[in-house]
Design a protein around this ligand. Sequence first.
Ligand code: ATP
Ligand code: MG
Length: 592
Amino acid sequence: MPQQVIRKNSDDWELIPNLLDYDAAREHFSWEHELEMLDGLPGGGLNIAHEAVDRHAADERHNHLALRWLDRNGRATDFTYGDLCALTNRFANVLRDLGVAKGDRVFGLSERVPELYITALGALKNGSVFCPLFSAFGPEPLRSRLSIGEARVLMTTESLYQRKVAPLRDSLPHLQYVLLVRDKTDAECPHGTLDFRALLQSAAESFTIENTDPEDPALLHFTSGTTGKPKGALHVHEAVLAHHASARLALDLHPQDVFWCTADPGWVTGTSYGIIAPLVIGATMIVDREEFDPERWYGILRDQHVSVWYTAPTAVRMMMKHGSALARQFELPALRFMASVGEPLNPEAVRWGEEAFGLPFHDNWWQTETGGIMIANYLSQPVRPGSMGRPLPGIEAAIVSAGDDGKLEVITEAGREGELALKRGWPSMFRTYLYEEARYQKCFRDGWYLTGDLARCDEDGYFWFVGRADDVIKSSGHLIGPFEVESALMEHPAVAEAAVIGIPDPVAGEIVKGFVSLRPDVDATSKAAVETLRREILALARKRLGPAVAPRQIQVENDLPRTRSGKIMRRLLKARELGLPEGDTSTLEGKE
Ligand code: ATP
Ligand code: MG
C-alpha cells in the first residue's frame, strides 16, 4: 500500500464552515439537492458503497488517502480511494462467486481490522445487507443476533471463530459461509470455514455494482440494549443522503479533513460515521485497532493531524479522569472540531474540552433507529453546554405529548417537557425492526416518529435532553430527568461518573437515588473519607437542585455498569437496587 503523508491543516487551507447561518441552511435545504451532490448509479439506482468509494476512485481523489489503519504498535497501513475500490470490488466478487445474493445478510465480527471495512463496503456493493457485531460479545448475544438476522455469511477472525462461533455453528442453519481472517496460513482452515485473504486475492478486481434501489435494505444494526433486549433496526441505501448531509453540516467534514470517529463499527456510530460518512465526503479516516488509552489517543490526534474528532461522553469522562494537564502536553494545531454522541454530555464535559483542547465538545443526538445525526450543535453556532443543539436541516423535531384521546399534541410552549419526536420520512429512518413489525408501527403516530426520549425545547429552538422515558423519575408530583441531576453531581470535583434512578417510596411515589464513581486521584481509602465526600456531594446537589429534585441517597461505587458502547445502564442499577431480575445483559461491558 502506498504510504502517504497526511497534509496538515495549515494556512493553505481556508476552510469555510459548511453551515454558516443555521436558519438559512434550513431554509435552503432539500433532500433532492443532497441527492444531486451525490453520483447515483449508472442504471439509476443508489448504492452507499458507490458513493463512499467508487465515485472518488473514479476521479482525482483516486490517490487520496481514504483510510489509515493503525495497528497495535501504532504502525500505519494506508488505503487510498483507489485501493479501497479494488479491494471492495474483490470482496464483492468473492460474495458473488459464492452465490451470495442481493438482500442476503453478511455479518462482520472482528476487532477493528481493515478486512472489516472491506467486508462492509464490499457487501454493500453486492447488494447484500451488512450487519456489524461487536467483537467482545459472548456466545449467546452472538447466537441470538446471527440467528434473528439470518446471517448467511460471517466474516470473522480465526481466534474469535474458535472461541465463540464454532460451538454455535449447529444452531445457525442459515450460516452457510464463514470467512476467516487468519494470522497463520500454514495450517488448513478449520472445518466449515474459508480463508478470507486467499479468497480476496484470487477474486477479480473489477466489479459492476448491483443496481440497488434507494429503498433496498443495506444495513442491519442492533440497538445498544440500554433499555432492554436489543432490536434489529433495518436501514436502506437511501440513508447515504443523511450520512452525507450530517457529515457536512453537523460534523463540518470537508474532503481535506482527517477524521477520527472513535466508535467501534459494532455500533451504529462506528458504521455510519466510522465507515460511511467520512468516505462519502471524500475525507481521510483514521481507524485505531486499540481500545481507549489517553496517551495513545492524544498521540493519535497529534501524529495523524486529526482535524475533526467524533467521540462519546464515556470517553470524555475517562479523559477527564486523567486530567486536562495530560491533554495539554500534546500540541494539536490541526484539531478544529470535536463532537460527541451516545449519551447526554454534561455541561462540565463541554467546558473540560475547552480547558484541555481549547475547543468545546459539540454534543449531538441520534439513535440506531434514526441512522444518522438528527440534532446537533454546529461549528458556526455557539455551543449551549448541556444542550443537544438544533435539528439538522431537513429534519423536523418537536416535543410532543399524547393526549387523553390518544391524539398527539405538539407542544409549542418553550421549556415544557415531553417526548422528543421526529417528522417521519427522512432518508436514514429505519424501515423496520427485523421481525417485529408491530413494535415498529407502534413507534409512529400522526406522522411522527416517537423516540422514547424526553426532552424540552427552549425559545431559540435548542433541544435539551431530560432522560429516557423509561428512566424518568416521578417524585411527589415532580417529573425528574436523571440528566439534570447527574450533571449537578458531576460538578463535584471528586465525581467521575454519576447515574441516578428512582426507587419506590410510600410517601413520594419515588425518591431519587444517585450512584457515583470517584476520580482515581481522590482519597477514598477510609470509610470516613468516603462518608465525608458522600455528604459533600449530597449538599452540593441540594444547593444546585433544591430538596425536591436532589437525590435523597448517594452511593459510592467503584464503577458503574455500562453497555459495551459506553452507556450507563440505569435499569441495571435499579434492578440490583430492588432485587429484581437483571433482564437482558448481553451488551453489558465486562461480560462475555
Ligand atoms: P436500546 O434502544 O436497545 O435500549 P439505546 O437506546 O442505548 O439502546 P442506541 O440507539 O445506541 O441504543 O442509543 C440511542 C439513545 O442514546 C438515544 O435514544 C438517547 O437515549 C441516547 N443518546 C444518544 N445521544 C445522546 C445525546 N447527545 N444526549 C442524550 N442522550 C443521547
Ligand atoms: Mg433506544
